[in-house]
Design a protein around this ligand. Structure first.
Ligand code: UDP
Length: 236
C-alpha cells in the first residue's frame, strides 16, 4: 500500500490516505510534546521505536483476544492501520500512583494499588482533555453505555497482558493511556499507539524511569531510555 495525501498531522504522527478507503498509513515522528503542548522537542529515534514497539504490542494483544487497528508494518516508521473514527476518550489505566494521579490526590508516586484503576478524559485540546466519568461520556454522546463497557473490559485485559509481558522483561508497567476506534462496520478496536510516549515504565530492579517522563521532567537520558525499552522488547 502507498501513501497518498496527508489527512492529518498530530503531535507525534502523521496520517496518510491510501488507495483503499478502509486503510490509512500512520507515520511516526521524532517530535515530542508535553504539558498540554507547552513543551516541545524531539527525541532522536523515537519514531522508529514507537512504531515498532506499538506494532509488536498490538499483535501480542491481538493474540490474546484484544482486536486492534494494526494491519501491516511497511517500514521502520510507517504502518498500515484500519481507518477508524477515534472514540474521543483517553482511557487511562493505573497500577501504581504517578503523574497526575499523585498530584491530583496529593499522594506520593509509587503507591502500588490493590486493584488497577481506570479513568477517562475527554479528548478535546481546546478544553485541555478534561477528566470525565462514564455517565458524562454517555451524556455527551461520546460513546454508548455498551461501547464504554466494552472499552473498559478491553482496557483491563490490555493491562493484564502487558503487565505480565513487561514483568518478564524486568519492567514495571505503572500506568498507560489507550485510545479506541470504531471501524466502518461499527466494531471497537484498540487504536493509536502503545509506547514509552503513552506508558510509564519503571525498571523493576532500580526503579529507573524508562519513558517519556524523562522528557516531561527534563531528566536527561531520554533517548537512552527509549533505546533501553527497545532492547528489552526486541533484544537490540
Ligand atoms: N498519557 C498519554 N497522553 C496524555 C496524557 C497521559 O499518553 O495526553 C499517559 C502517560 O504517559 C501516562 C498515563 O497516560 O502513562 C497517565 O498519565 P497522567 O494522567 O499521570 O498524566 P501525565 O502526568 O502523563 O500528563
Amino acid at each position: 500500500m502507498e501513501k497518498k495525501e496527508m489527512l492529518y498531522e498530530g503531535k507525534a504522527k502523521k496520517v496518510f490516505a491510501t488507495e483503499d478507503e478502509n486503510y490509512v498509513i500512520v507515520s511516526y515522528k521524532d517530535d515530542a510534546t508535553a504539558n498540554d503542548g507547552e513543551k516541545k522537542g524531539t527525541i532522536a529515534g523515537k519514531g522508529v521505536i514507537n512504531n515498532r514497539m506499538s506494532n509488536y504490542l498490538m499483535q501480542l494483544l491481538e493474540k490474546n483476544g484484544v482486536p486492534s487497528h494494526f494491519v501491516e508494518e511497511i517500514n521502520d516508521t510507517d504502518t498500515v492501520v484500519k481507518k477508524v473514527s477515534i472514540v474521543p476518550l483517553e482511557v487511562i489505566i493505573r497500577n501504581i500512583s504517578a503523574g497526575h494521579f499523585a498530584s491530583r490526590y496529593g499522594v506520593e508516586e509509587g503507591i502500588v494499588f490493590d486493584e488497577p484503576t481506570i479513568e477517562f478524559s475527554y479528548k478535546n485540546d481546546d478544553l485541555h482533555d478534561p477528566l470525565l466519568n462514564a455517565y458524562h461520556a454517555i451524556a455527551l454522546k461520546l460513546a454508548t453505555r455498551e461501547e464504554i463497557e466494552l472499552i473498559k473490559s478491553m482496557a483491563f485485559k490490555v493491562n493484564d497482558v502487558l503487565k505480565a509481558y513487561f514483568k518478564e522483561l524486568g519492567v514495571t508497567l505503572v500506568d498507560f493511556k489507550l485510545e479506541f476506534g470504531k471501524t466502518a462496520d461499527g466494531s471497537i478496536v484498540l487504536a493509536d499507539e502503545i509506547s514509552p510516549d503513552t506508558c510509564r515504565f519503571w525498571d523493576s530492579e532500580t526503579g529507573e524511569k524508562l519513558d517519556k517522563d524523562r522528557f516531561r521532567r527534563d531528566m536527561g537520558g531520554v533517548e537512552d531510555a527509549y533505546k533501553e525499552m527497545m532492547k528489552r522488547v526486541f533484544g537490540e
